[in-house]
Design a protein around this ligand. Structure first.
Ligand code: ATP
Ligand code: MG
Length: 405
């Protein structure tokens, strides 16, 4: 069909009272960001709807991108016709013919913001319904649960018709909840945690620890490519690569094996928190799930969380692995996550980490290290870049790690 605009219905807005303006202006900004390159579009945010005029851009491309924008409940591709009821009937019939299947039921649903128009809502519903009923053989009217609703909106500048309601991503526009850091590994869980955080309106920055030469370029590429997948939901994302080799080597050579993992994690948490503070983030998100592995028992969380008072949010903490995988598949991160490029934790994982580390012991062992020096040198080596929506890294030619950063 020759759609002329996409009509967008906001999500969860009604409960947000005075934040409505912020919600709408964020959403407007976020839609504009994901539509980058589709220059003919004009995006008009109104109080209860947003109208995206296509002006000749491909509506399917717009829909594909729109599906990933949080804060949208549903949207409908629409056709604008001039305010002439004959014209409305003609286009409406074409639209219904296009989707008609044997035995289909329908209903006409009219809204009117222009009260001057010659016909009122009821008259439009009846006359248009009648016209479609007589011109499509076999179609049935059904008021309660029709297969297709033909939506008619009479506005000042024209009449808008649509017969599809597409489900949006839901949630809140990214940015309305403030900014936070996500600890992003190359695994399955942390990208899902990131997606769930963004869905609640959080703007994320990625913190990724890497340990050359123990971890490969591809491990880093994979983390960046995962970031690209998430950026499709938010626009460009800051990717902060934190060198972790010296810390891991030091811990491994100086501390008892049972505490390697706990203390590595304490360092990761400290570093992430310092980066968060520097960047004015409000919280830290990670992909921990209770009881999934040794580092994710409640005792471990106590021993690791000890290094900060910052809120540590774990969106997947209560989910089963297969529930997490289901989301990972939906957001297209799963296939990437299972590619076998070892990240820094796998390489330095002790064969039998303590599942119930003792907090006092963790503090004691750690105090034998030059914590400040190790942290400072790691911070000094940080490299920051920006990852674009769906940007790919694994397909790049082989490069040095430095070029990749
Ligand atoms: P994931 O699938 O997210 O890697 P996991 O089940 O493999 O999680 P762990 O490897 O124990 O679990 O990691 C727990 C969490 O710690 C991760 O979800 C992530 O938030 C953080 N984390 C682990 N490794 C890294 C890393 N190299 N860089 C940044 N964060 C990390
Ligand atoms: Mg992992």
């Amino acid at each position: 069909m020759n759609y002329t605009e996409i009509m967008v219905r906001y999500g969860e807005l009604s409960t947000k009272g005075k934040n409505r303006k912020d919600f709408i202006s964020r959403l407007n900004g976020n839609v504009t960001k994901v539509m980058r390159g589709l220059d003919k579009l004009s995006i008009r945010p109104h109080r209860d709807r947003m109208h995206i005029q296509l002006n000749g851009e491909d509506y399917q491309e717009v829909i594909t991108r729109l599906r990933k924008v949080f804060g949208i409940q549903t949207f409908s591709p629409s056709i604008k016709v001039k305010k002439d009821f004959e014209e409305v009937k003609k286009v409406a019939l074409e639209m219904m013919q296009e989707v008609y299947e044997d035995g289909m039921t329908f209903k006409v649903n009219t809204r009117r913001s222009d009260h001057e128009f010659e016909l009122d809502t009821n008259e439009i519903n009846l006359q248009l319904g009648d016209y479609i009923f007589t011109n499509i053989e076999g179609i049935q009217a059904e008021m309660r649960k029709p297969d297709v609703k033909l939506l008619v909106e009479v506005r000042q500048d024209g009449i808008y018709l649509s017969n599809q309601v597409i489900k949006g991503a839901g949630g809140m526009p990214v940015g309305t909840a403030g900014k936070a850091e996500l600890m992003l590994s190359g695994g399955i869980d942390s990208p899902v945690a990131g997606y769930l955080a963004m869905k609640r309106g959080v703007e994320l920055e990625m913190v990724h620890f890497y340990s050359p030469p123990y971890t490969s370029e591809n491990a880093l590429r994979k983390a960046k490519e995962l970031t690209g997948k998430l950026a499709a939901y938010s626009g460009p994302i800051k990717f902060i690569a934190v060198p972790f080799t010296e810390i891991q080597e030091t811990i491994k050579s100086e501390l008892p094996e049972g505490y390697l993992m706990t203390i590595q994690r304490r360092f990761m948490m400290r570093l992430t928190d310092l980066i968060r503070e520097r960047n004015n983030g409000l919280a830290i998100f990670n992909g921990e799930a209770v009881g999934q592995v040794a580092s994710q028992t409640l005792e471990s969380m106590v021993a690791i969380n000890d290094v900060t008072n910052t809120p540590i949010l774990r969106p997947v903490s209560n989910m089963d692995k297969n529930e997490i995988i289901e989301i990972a598949e939906d957001i297209d991160t799963f296939d990437l996550s299972i590619q076998p490029f070892e990240d820094c934790c796998t390489v330095f994982a002790p064969p039998s980490p303590k599942t119930r580390p003792n907090l006092e012991k963790a503090r004691f062992y750690e105090s034998k290290l030059d914590v400040e020096g190790l942290i400072q040198r790691s911070l000094d080596g940080i490299v920051v870049s920006t990852v674009m929506p769906n940007e790919e890294f694994l397909t790049q030619e082989d490069t040095e790690i430095n070029e990749l950063l």
